[in-house]
Structure formats: structure tokens, C-alpha cells
Design a binder for this molecule. Sequence first.
Ligand SMILES: Nc1nc2c(ncn2[C@@H]2O[C@H](COP(=O)(O)OP(=O)(O)O)[C@@H](O)[C@H]2O)c(=O)[nH]1
Ligand SMILES: Nc1ncnc2c1ncn2[C@@H]1O[C@H](COP(=O)(O)OP(=O)(O)O)[C@@H](O)[C@H]1O
Length: 202
Amino acid sequence: MSATGQIFVLSGPPGAGKSTVGAMVRQNLPDLAYSVSFTTRAPRPGERDGVDYHFVDRQAFIQRLERGDILEHVEIFGNMYGTSAQVIDQTIGQGVDLFLDTDVNGGKALRGHYPQGVFIFIVPPSRAELERRLRQRGTETEDNIRLRLARVGYELAAAQDYTHLVINDDLNKAAAQVEAIITTDRLRTERQLTRIKREWGL
Ligand SMILES: Nc1nc2c(ncn2[C@@H]2O[C@H](COP(=O)(O)OP(=O)(O)O)[C@@H](O)[C@H]2O)c(=O)[nH]1
Ligand SMILES: Nc1ncnc2c1ncn2[C@@H]1O[C@H](COP(=O)(O)OP(=O)(O)O)[C@@H](O)[C@H]1O
């Protein structure tokens, strides 16, 4: 029986709805911690440092990598993204559940470290709708949209390695489904017993 918190990883192609659905789920499940990644990407309008990402320059990112502060990382679209090792250790070490948004490489690395984790893949209903949503998001140049569209197949090929698959057709439905997956995992007997024993001092 594990006394640690669980990890919930959300992956999917760019434009699938990871950020949007992730934010809705976290709002409804406030006791779920969020792993704020490091990135060398520039903030988008509305994104906040330390909340959406820790925005750092390449040199600072590499320093962190060399110090072992980053558990897993990837370079996508010319930018680096990485998960804080400290956040993972401290959060789940304290028995708190942790939500992460990573690409499929991050998913694979985390599956290696935490094989009992919950790995959720999210896809939009169609490629055309994904393209429409990426454009409508209004955050990317045409070149960046093309880069993101070129990655869709690569991300989709890894969907089979995830424990759950959610189709993001209707936003509220998709968020409710991700929430249901998390809640169901939390209701597993071994996780409930761990919690009960801790609370009852058993
Ligand atoms: N492996 C890994 N991927 C990450 C991390 N943080 C973000 N990503 C992924 O990096 C990719 C690009 O993210 P972002 O620039 O926010 O763009 P978007 O996919 O267009 O919303 C997405 O697939 C994220 O899931 C991380 O810490 N590790
Ligand atoms: N079910 C949905 N219906 C319509 N638009 C959506 C839906 N889910 C997400 N979006 C929109 O699609 C765009 C891409 O979603 P986003 O959460 O940024 O994706 P990701 O983080 O996976 O790249 C955003 O503008 C978001 O508001």
C-alpha cells in the first residue's frame, strides 16, 4: 500500500484542450495540486509566471537541468519544457495528488517513474476542429500553427499507452469526464484505506 499522493497526467496534441480542461478540473477539485512546469517559451497574453509556467531563459533552464532540478524535459517547437523534480517529490511525498500537463514524452518518462499513475489522453473530435480551435485561440503565428499541426500524428501515436482517453467535443462534458476519472481513482480501496488510516492514526 502506498502512502504517497497520486499523479494524474494529461497529454494530447496541441489544441486538444489540455490547458482549458485542466483549469476547469482544478477549479472543481481544489485539493489537487498542479505541477507548474519550467519553460523557455515566452508567456502568452494572460499567462502568469509561477501560475501557468515558470518562464525562464534557456541558460536558467539548462542550469536547472544540470543541477538535477528537472525530472523530465522535452524540446518542442524550439522551446524547452520541464517538470520540477522538487514539486513532484514534495507534493506526492506529503500525500497530495498532483496534476501534470505534459507532451507524450513527459507521459512516457513519468510512467517510468510512477507506473501506478493515471495517464489521461485528450483529443479533439476531428483534425479539422483541432485546426479551427488552434486558429481561434489566437495565440500563434501561422508558422507556429503549422508546427503544432505537424506534431499531431506524433502525439496521437502514443495515445495507446495512456490509461484513459477523453474526446473533447463538448468542453463541460470533457472536463466532467476527466474529473470522473480522477475521482474514481481516488475511490479505489487501497487509496481510501491509506487516507482513512492516516486520519484515524491507525
Ligand atoms: N514533457 C513535458 N511537456 C510539457 C511540460 N510542460 C508543458 N509541456 C507540453 O509542451 C507542449 C507545448 O505547450 P504549450 O507551449 O503551452 O503549447 P500548446 O500545446 O500549444 O498549448 C504541450 O504538449 C505541453 O503539454 C513539461 O513539464 N514536460
Ligand atoms: N470543447 C471545446 N469546444 C470549443 N473550443 C474549445 C474546446 N476545448 C478547448 N477549446 C478551445 O480550443 C483552444 C485550444 O485549447 P487549449 O486548452 O489551449 O489546448 P492545449 O492546451 O491542449 O493546447 C482554446 O482556444 C480553447 O478555448
